[in-house]
Design a protein around this ligand. Structure first.
Ligand SMILES: Nc1ncnc2c1ncn2[C@@H]1O[C@H](COP(=O)(O)OP(=O)(O)OP(=O)(O)O)[C@@H](O)[C@H]1O
Length: 462
């Protein structure tokens, strides 16, 4: 099947020129001259790629706004921007809004074709990767060597075989579902099903049918709910705080009796299920404002388990980053790239509001977008600017010409300060582990930090 490319440019000559170049290479094309027709074409049939001019005369939206709209509707279609002279800043903004690349006018046809080929290949790999990930099955081991995640793992080992209900709390993307799968995999129910119900994405009107199923009547087929499907195994109620309050009352009863009726049915169905729930909200507060039933809370939170955010365990970042890169490379059939020291330090200094999920997505994107397909190490300057800008000052040391104007003692103090700040950041501010790594006694490190004026705040990296 030929790839189809949508060309959006207000100048008919340029559109024809690009069409000609692409047709010669066997690509199919569609064209649009303004934002309305561009978006209509995009919505009518997804192209394999969009080539989008930044400046469009007489168009409702400019190229950047069209890009944002397309990305919001379907980020899997790569967009290559065309910029005229003096619009490089806009082109950079386009990259930040998800454009794959940009090409400056006037351009050589070879250059355009290289970018087009690469963009299509990258999006094909990205799609394949997502499919393979689904097939490879989800993660059921919480990786990481920090004290915080090791403590979570030992709690899991203890609680898994008991069959107790567990309430897992933690920020979005921190690994709550991985923890739930780990509990299931290490329980006596491991051979039974693991069913996850995401309460945040389910429409309130569909909730009860999804949970309890439907007794088929008069032409409506019978539907089996998740409570029945999870029989003999584990049911994860993901984002449980989003369950409608009326449904909460019904699930309390089902949990108490380990039995329920299908909607429209009158036979009680007995099940044997372990329920694990997860939330990123404060359920006590939800109880306080009447959105969550207290009796359900006490039934679910027999054993509470908190998954710490990634920024509370920065030591785990290198292992997780390498793990995610390796997984992505294996599924894409590409070599596993190294992460340079400066890239790793920048990753460790970043706060990861999206937690492990954000790290995983970034590693997958880097692998696919990298030049040289994994043969070169990933450097800090290849990371998004929000991450590379936060890299510890140490990394800029080499290019810091000012240091050459300092006497040796001051230059050494500056180096030691930056070096120790960066090392403390790697170890989450933990003095003992930092001391062990840099080869100093704990007390000597304390003295040194005091002498250099490195404060507790610098140590925690906040
Ligand atoms: N410690 C870990 N080891 C391995 N993979 C992890 C770890 N933590 C998270 N992941 C991966 O990060 C992604 C997000 O994890 P998960 O879905 O468990 O987060 P979550 O806390 O349930 O998120 P949400 O609150 O959005 O439901 C998944 O792809 C998961 O495989």
């Amino acid at each position: 099947m030929a790839y189809e490319i949508l060309i959006v440019d207000d100048e008919p000559d340029i559109r024809m020129l690009i069409e000609g170049i692409l047709h010669d290479e066997g690509y199919e094309t569609r064209v649009a001259g303004d934002s309305d027709s561009a978006l209509a074409a995009f919505r009518a049939r997804r192209p394999s790629l969009v080539i989008q001019d930044i400046w469009l005369q007489g168009s409702k939206l400019d190229g950047l706004e069209i890009l944002k709209t397309m990305q919001a509707e379907d980020a899997s279609v790569p967009v290559v921007m065309i910029s005229g002279h003096g619009t490089i800043e806009t082109a950079v903004a386009a990259l930040q809004h998800g454009a794959y690349d940009f090409i400056e006018k006037p351009f050589q046809s070879d250059r355009l074709l290289v970018i087009v080929r690469r963009a299509i290949e990258a999006s094909r790999l990205e799609r394949e990767n997502a499919e393979l990930r689904l097939r490879a099955g989800p993660e059921s081991t919480l990786f990481g060597e920090s004290a915080a995640i090791s403590a979570v793992r030992s709690q899991i080992e203890r609680v898994a075989p008991t069959g107790s209900r567990v309430l897992i709390t933690g920020a979005p993307g921190a690994g709550k579902e991985v923890a739930a799968r780990m509990i299931h995999a290490r329980s006596r129910r491991a051979a039974g099903p693991f069913i996850a119900l995401n309460c945040a994405t389910l429409a309130p009107s569909r909730f009860e049918e999804e949970l309890f199923g439907l007794e088929g009547v008069e032409g409506i087929p019978r539907r089996i709910g998740v409570l029945e499907r999870a029989h003999g195994g584990t049911l994860l109620l993901d984002e449980v705080s989003d369950m409608p309050i009326e449904t909460q009352g019904k699930i309390v009863r089902a949990l108490q009796d380990q039995s329920f009726e299908r909607i429209g049915g009158s036979t009680r169905i007995k099940v044997d299920i372990r329920v694990i729930s997860s939330t990123n909200r404060d359920l006590q507060a939800e109880i306080g404002n009447g959105r969550f039933r207290e009796d359900l809370y006490y039934r679910l939170a027999v054993v509470p388990l908190r998954i710490p955010s990634l920024r509370e365990r920065r030591e785990d970042i290198p292992e997780l980053a390498r793990l995610f890169l390796r997984r992505a490379a294996e599924t894409a059939g590409l070599p596993v790239p190294e992460l340079s020291v400066d890239a790793m330090a920048a990753l460790q200094a970043y706060d990861w509001p999206g937690n492990a999920r954000e790290l995983r997505n970034l590693m997958e994107r880097l692998l696919i977008m990298m030049p040289g397909n994994g043969n070169e190490p990933i450097r800090a300057d290849m990371l998004p600017s929000s991450i590379s800008e936060g890299a510890p000052a140490l990394l800029k040391f080499d290019s810091n010409a000012d240091v050459m104007s300092l006497p040796l003692r001051e230059a050494r103090d500056l180096f030691e300060t930056q070096y120790l700040q960066a090392q403390l950041l790697r170890f989450g501010g933990n003095i003992s582990r930092t001391a062990g790594f840099v080869g100093m006694e704990r007390s000597a490190l304390h003295r040194k930090l005091k002498q250099l004026g490195v404060t507790a705040e610098d140590r925690a990296g906040v």
